[in-house]
Write a protein that binds this ligand. Sequence first.
Ligand SMILES: [Zn+2]
Length: 161
Amino acid sequence: MDNPNISSPDDCLFCRKEIVEKSFSQSLNFKAIYNIAPILPGHSLIIPKSHYTSLFELPDTEIAEMTVFAKKITSVLKTFFQCDGFDWTIQDGVSAGQTVLHLHLHIIPRKPLDLPEGNEWYSKIPENEEKLLDSQHRERLNNHEYIAITAKLAQAAGSIP
Ligand SMILES: [Zn+2]
């Protein structure tokens, strides 16, 4: 029987060349990409360069690396988007709402009153992942906007050691 939690790099959105090339910052084993359909300004993803589906497949050393890298990227995003808070979330497993079966950490910078209900972002995550997969979705940034924000974030990230 097919296990819905197992996927192959061959049909993985985050293993596609056009996504791999879009990171605005990277560490040894991870990259940061801007969400093409951000829930809020600054919404980005931390993704392992290798195809892992679950956090439980990552060696502990890489979990440590991911956390340190995500902290750095969160700092860049908070400064760039003038936010004073942030949400991190991982949907791990189909039952948890994981749509793209390649491990990814959502980083959503926050500021007061940015959403009518403070926790409203959480229910938007699975819907957001559908937008990532649907290239026709109207709420996605266009290519010009995406390239521009990625370049600015790369510059911002490059200035922080
Ligand atoms: Zn993948």
